[in-house]
Design a protein around this ligand. Structure first.
Ligand SMILES: NC(=O)c1ccc[n+]([C@@H]2O[C@H](COP(=O)([O-])OP(=O)(O)OC[C@H]3O[C@@H](n4cnc5c(N)ncnc54)[C@H](OP(=O)(O)O)[C@@H]3O)[C@@H](O)[C@H]2O)c1
Length: 323
């Protein structure tokens, strides 16, 4: 099969190659999927560049997410799964068979039935972003009826956070970085969208709500003062990313707000919570709650360009088409 691979980390053009390798066979408890579309996330780019290195088992096919069709099952998996159109999660997590290849193999539960109403593109966007969004929203208690601030709502995690939160009947305040991004957050259903560059972000949010119950935070180092200003004893700031790796926290201010701070790394989320995320996403898909981000389309031979597009922060979603 044709696959993108790397065997050491470094710049995309230096380490990514498209090669012919032997098609993998599904082991016990696994399914093999003929991949149609592979989704690229910042995590894939960070693993390949070495920014967040992961062990490489001889070679690594990149990308956690994708859409495809099950064409073979391993021992212990129902033959009825053959022919199912599925979305994939964690394909490359501790495994060499990411989705940037014509076939991948994943544990049975990591290939989830995609309803006919969902496109291949939407299926390939879900894994890391929607599961992270779910964790950020549902950790400790469901977001139903809460007032939720989604920072960076036009990003992939932000987008699904807005849609899932609205579906859970939360009031959603969102920030975004420009007119196009603001439009996207509005379309996703946010009740209020504010440009995070504006000098009066806090005033504009507080005219809508004095405090929020939960923050889904993409840029903690940039936004902590804003988040704290909107926090009270019932607020939980849930961070999944910070563009500066370190920040100074004013302890007294955090204490004054009695704020609760949570951190999420999707790979470390306990299995039961991951399964709950898959279940919720599946129901949300069947109710057509989740929508596609704008697509940037690449062929497998353009794998390096696809990674560079993510590195440049192109916005929307970078997808690699296998067929
Ligand atoms: N911890 C985890 O488990 C986990 C899971 C998924 C992703 N991540 C990380 O989270 C980050 C985002 O991932 P993604 O896939 O959502 O990327 P993405 O689609 O590129 O979105 C990034 C978003 O960050 C927003 N942003 C940048 N600076 C901001 C600021 N000061 N305030 C508010 N928003 C700001 C951008 O907003 P505009 O475009 O509107 O400017 C953009 O929409 C990446 O670093 C990724 O590695 C972590």
């Amino acid at each position: 099969m044709r696959a993108a691979v790397y065997d050491h980390t470094g710049p995309a053009r230096d380490v990514l190659r498209v090669v012919e390798i032997e098609r993998p066979e599904p082991g016990p408890g696994e399914v093999r999927v003929r991949v149609d579309v592979s989704g690229v996330n910042p995590t894939d780019v960070k693993a390949r560049s070495g920014e967040v290195p992961r062990p490489i088992d001889e070679f690594q096919v990149p990308h956690q997410d994708g859409t495809g069709e099950i064409d073979a099952v391993g021992e212990g998996v129902s033959e009825k799964r053959v022919g199912q159109r599925v979305w994939l999660w964690f394909a490359a997590a501790g495994r060499r068979w990411g989705t940037a290849a014509e076939w991948t193999v994943v544990p049975d539960e990591q290939a989830v039935l995609l309803p006919p109403t969902a496109s291949d593109e939407l299926g390939a966007m879900l894994g890391v972003p929607a599961m992270t969004a779910h964790r950020c929203l549902w950790v400790d208690e469901p977001p139903n009826g809460q007032t939720v601030l989604v920072a960076g709502a036009a990003g992939a995690v932000g987008h699904f956070s807005v849609e899932l939160a609205k579906w859970a009947q939360a009031r959603v305040v969102a920030t975004a970085g420009g007119p196009e991004q603001i439009g996207r957050a509005r379309e996703a259903g946010a009740d209020l969208v504010v440009d995070y560059h504006a000098p009066d972000v806090l005033d504009r949010i507080q005219a809508f709500t004095p405090l929020v119950d939960r923050v889904v935070e993409v840029a903690l180092s940039a936004n902590l003062p804003l988040d704290l200003a909107l926090s009270g004893p019932n607020t939980r700031i849930v961070t999944y990313s910070s563009f500066e790796p370190e920040l100074t926290i004013r302890v007294r201010e955090c204490m004054n707000h009695n704020v609760d701070m949570r951190f999420v790394l999707v790979y470390g989320v306990p299995r039961p919570a991951l399964r709950a995320a898959v279940h919720t996403i599946t129901v949300a898909l069947s109710e057509m709650v989740l929508t596609e981000l704008p697509v940037h389309r690449f062929a497998l031979d353009q794998i390096a360009e696809a990674h560079e597009a993510v590195e440049k922060g192109i916005g929307g979603k970078v997808l690699v088409y296998l067929r």
